[in-house]
Structures are given as structure tokens and as C-alpha cells.
Write a protein that binds this ligand. Structure first.
Ligand SMILES: Cc1cc2nc3c(=O)[nH]c(=O)nc-3n(C[C@H](O)[C@H](O)[C@H](O)COP(=O)(O)OP(=O)(O)OC[C@H]3O[C@@H](n4cnc5c(N)ncnc54)[C@H](O)[C@@H]3O)c2cc1C
Length: 459
């Protein structure tokens, strides 16, 4: 495969990481198209697992990320009612010491935007994809709402759970469905008593009969607390935009959340009560399985495999992106076809994604409503459950997307694609191979002060 032009749809975590990975590992030139008119400042604070810390380290971004995140090695499990600690989930790779980071999504995106700028990646805002069209055997066109069509040799659908790339082209029959659970989140100042709370090491999940709530510092200073609640909410399917459009919930909704999650423990109550503005997200999921690619187009991250949130969706999206970028580089070296790249990508990622899906589904069940008796039993046996079963499961925290084995040689599918490769690599217009080392230099550590991007990228 010769160096190519790549169109990336969506500036989420997978889109940003894919562009960085392509610049680092291949000579392919990516351009990102994002429907929002400027970088999004939406979103709560997400937990990035040890494999993401490893990815950020490989890009020279870990130090900057730690300057704007809360670093944690454990999620404490608490009773919402008594406030007692029931156990803990280790969130660290015991072998390498890579920890987890709780980070505000908008700050993380700012950090990645800065890295994209340094890597010379063009980001075009305000471009809504409306369709995908095959041009000929060698090119595919992204059709935008403003009428423009952009042709390229590769098209990456990094456009999230409601992916248009998937719905209009790759696999229209695989549709997202509402999970029956919703998430609400907000921020609160750290209340008196939280830092001193017995067993609290910075991140706690407290479960009750009507859902669970996560309480976590989200910056290095420990003064700001992220509060995220997960609860069963019945809603008719199909009104995803209207429901989402409500955004910050009103006083009624706040009252309901305080009732649900204020619990009996005074410290948790203060934290939940302290949230001024709640934002509300219905959680949608894709059926496990399906295909990730068609022709010259491939799905990445949530667009390919959004499962129930188990705290690892972002990690999977970022891992996909890094592995795929590396495979494109490998194909360029070996003269392999696009099809070979996408096939290998699906082979390499499918098992890990499916394992995660199963694990997340089990955890997700725990957020559903339960009776008083079930709640009491759960609290009583939690320590045994964690010790005997949960903490002995493989969590896959050792996964290293930047170095994981990519398998043997990719193959060249047809004589025609081989001839095309030989011809194209002789073309004077192909980007020089030296681009690689220079882009590596461009991806050096990013200054944390510039992590919050408030301006549009100059294009
Ligand atoms: C409430 C909530 C909490 C979560 N918490 C965690 C957590 O703690 N840890 C964790 O690992 N994961 C978490 N996740 C999951 C995680 O956020 C996702 O898995 C991750 O963001 C997926 O990244 P992505 O790049 O694939 O998609 P997205 O982040 O959804 O990005 C898609 C991008 O594509 C753009 N786009 C969409 N359609 C178009 C179009 N037609 N044209 C152009 N652009 C388009 C969108 O505007 C967006 O910028 C959470 C999810 C939710 C909903």
C-alpha cells in the first residue's frame, strides 16, 4: 500500500488518536472533519485505564496529562447508605505501575488538539458527514452536508455510537439501541469530610437500591469532585435528540437525583447536593459483533463497538486507533492491500473488544434497581465477591497498543493492487519516507499550560 490520503470523520478520542498514530507510524496524510463548529467543551470526567496511560506515554503526552488529571490506583466500593467501604477494585498495572487517570473530557481533548497541531494535522470544524460513496476501486468519497465531496484512498469512521459511516455505508442494519440506563453527571466542590472519609482514596463508587454513583477527584489539586450517577430510566426509543437536548437538568431532576443518591451517608449526600448543574445522557449500545469495515472504509472506537459503559470505552477507542495507525504503516512497508490492513485490524481487536463487552455488561447489571434484601446481601458478600471472583478476572491492563504484536506479514490480495503499489511508490508526488522521523519529533511532550484550547485551530 503506498502512502495515501485519509479522511477521518469525527474529532473524538478515536479520531484524534488515529491521526496522531498515522502521523507517527506511516506516511499517510490524515485530515479530520468534525461536525461541531469548535472543539467541544462538553462532557464530564472520564476514567482512563492503565493501557491509556501507556498510550499517552508513547506519544510523549503522559506528563502533561498527569498535570491536569487525578491519578488513581484504586476505585473504592462503598455502601451508599452506611458510607462503609466494602472493598476496592485495583486500577493499576501491577507489573509496570501504570495507573488510571480521572480527567475532564474537555481538558483531554484540548491536550490532544495541541498535539494534533504540533503534528501538523488539519482539523476542519463545522463539517457534518451526510453520506459515503464509492468513487472507483481506489477511492472513496465523504459527502458533507454543505455539498462538498472529499475523495481519499482511506475513510475512517470515528463518529461515535450513532455513526453515520456505519449507518449509511458499512453496516446499516447494525443499529444502536437504548440500554434502559441513563447517566447524569456534574461537578461539585470538594466538601468538608470527604478527604478524611475512611478508606476513601480519591475515587469511590457507592451503590444503592436505585442505581450507583461515582464520586471522584478529577484534578491533581483534589479541590474539584466529579459526580456521575447511573440509573435505570425507562424511555421510549427514538427520541434520542430531544432527550439529549434537555442537557442540564432542572430543579425537579436535581431533587430526584439527591433523593436517589443522597443516601444515608452525610458525606456522599453533601457531594451529591453540591452539584449545581446536572447533565443527562441516555446510554445507547450496539449489539456485540458485526463487521468493522467495508471496501476502503473502516470503523473505529464507539462507531465499531460501543458497549455498555464499563469505564473502558475510551481505552478501547484509543487502542483501536493506535493499532490501526501502526497497521497502515506496516502495510506501506510491505506493499500490502487496504483489505489486508482492515482484516488484520478486525482480527487483532475483536477478541479484546468482545471480552470487554461481556465484562461491562455484568458490571452494568449492577446499576439496575434492586430490592432491599438484594442490596443487603450484596453489601454483605461484596468483600468475598471481589476477593474470590472479580479481582481474579483478567482486566487486560497489561495491553500495550503501541507495541502489541501486529502478526506476520500482511498479504497483497491481487496482482492489480501489487502493480498499483509498485507504480505508486515510484511516483514523485508520494510523501517522502523521511516524514516519519520528522513527525516523531513533532509529537514531543506538550506544555500543560496550553492544554485548554479556547481558539479554533488555524487551518
Ligand atoms: C456518560 C458517559 C460516561 C463515560 N465514561 C467513561 C469513562 O469513565 N471511561 C471510559 O473509558 N469511557 C467512558 N465512556 C465511553 C467513552 O466516552 C467513549 O467510548 C469514547 O468517547 C468513544 O470515543 P469515539 O472517538 O469513538 O467517539 P466520540 O467520543 O463519540 O466522538 C465522535 C465524534 O464524531 C463526531 N461526529 C459524529 N457524527 C458526525 C458526522 N456525521 N460528521 C462529522 N462528525 C461527526 C462527534 O461530534 C464527535 O466529536 C463514557 C460514555 C458516556 C456516554
Amino acid at each position: 500500500m503506498p502512502p495515501q490520503r485519509a479522511t477521518i470523520i469525527g474529532l473524538g478520542l478515536s479520531g484524534a488518536l488515529l491521526a496522531l498514530s498515522l502521523r507517527r507510524s506511516s506516511s499517510t496524510i490524515p485530515t479530520i472533519y468534525e461536525l461541531r463548529s469548535s472543539p467541544s467543551t462538553l462532557g464530564g470526567a472520564i476514567n482512563l485505564t492503565p493501557p491509556v496511560s501507556r498510550i499517552l506515554e508513547s506519544l510523549g503526552l503522559l506528563t502533561s496529562a498527569k498535570e491536569i488529571a487525578f491519578e488513581t490506583t484504586e476505585i473504592g466500593i462503598f455502601s451508599l447508605y452506611s458510607g462503609a467501604k466494602l472493598g476496592g477494585l485495583p486500577f493499576v498495572d501491577a507489573e509496570t505501575g501504570h495507573s488510571s487517570l480521572r480527567i475532564e473530557r474537555s481538558l483531554l481533548l484540548g491536550l490532544l488538539l495541541r498535539a494534533l497541531e504540533e503534528a501538523d494535522v488539519q482539523v476542519v470544524f463545522g463539517k457534518r458527514l451526510e453520506g459515503v460513496r464509492d468513487v472507483d476501486e481506489g477511492r472513496v468519497a465523504a459527502v458533507f452536508a454543505d455539498g462538498e465531496e472529499v475523495e481519499s484512498e482511506l475513510l475512517f469512521g470515528c463518529d461515535g455510537i450513532h455513526s453515520l459511516v456505519r449507518g449509511a455505508y458499512v453496516e446499516p442494519e447494525r443499529k444502536a439501541t437504548y440500554s434502559g440506563l441513563s447517566s447524569a453527571y456534574g461537578f461539585s466542590a470538594s466538601p468538608e469530610g470527604l478527604a478524611e472519609k475512611g478508606g476513601f482514596e480519591g475515587t469511590a463508587v457507592a451503590s444503592g437500591m436505585r442505581g450507583s454513583v461515582i464520586v471522584s477527584y478529577c484534578g491533581p489539586g483534589r479541590e474539584k469532585v466529579f459526580v456521575g450517577a447511573v440509573m435505570e430510566v425507562k424511555t421510549p426509543e427514538g427520541d434520542r435528540d430531544g432527550w439529549r437536548g434537555k442537557g442540564a437538568m432542572g430543579a425537579e431532576a436535581k431533587k430526584e437525583l439527591v433523593e436517589r443518591f443522597g443516601g444515608g451517608d452525610p458525606v456522599f449526600r453533601k457531594v451529591v447536593d453540591g452539584v449545581e448543574e446536572w447533565s443527562f445522557f441516555p446510554v445507547w449500545v450496539l449489539p456485540n459483533g458485526g463487521t468493522y469495515w467495508k471496501g476502503r472504509t473502516v470503523l473505529v472506537g464507539d462507531a465499531a463497538h460501543a458497549g455498555p459503559p464499563g469505564g473502558e470505552g475510551a481505552a478501547l477507542a484509543m487502542e483501536d486507533a493506535v493499532v490501526l495507525g501502526r497497521l497502515v504503516g506496516k502495510a506501506e512497508e510491505e506493499g500490502a492491500s487496504v483489505e489486508a490492513v482492515f482484516r488484520r485490524y478486525e482480527e487483532l481487536r475483536r477478541g479484546r473488544v468482545m471480552e470487554n463487552y461481556t465484562r461491562a455488561s455484568a458490571r452494568w447489571e449492577g446499576a439496575k434497581n434492586r430490592s432491599w434484601l438484594v442490596q443487603r446481601c450484596m453489601e454483605f458478600f461484596m468483600w468475598a465477591f471481589l476477593m474470590v471472583y472479580w479481582n481474579n478476572k483478567g482486566w487486560g491492563f497489561e495491553y500495550d497498543a503501541a507495541n502489541v504484536e501486529l502478526g506476520g506479514k500482511l498479504y497483497v490480495t491481487t496482482l492489480r493492487s501489487w502493480k498499483k503499489y509498485v507504480w505508486a511508490t515510484k511516483r514523485p508526488s508520494a510523501p517522502p519516507r523521511s516524514t516519519r522521523s520528522s513527525t516523531k519529533k513533532m509529537l514531543g511532550p506538550v506544555d500543560a499550560k496550553s492544554a485548554v484550547v479556547t481558539k479554533h485551530l488555524s487551518l
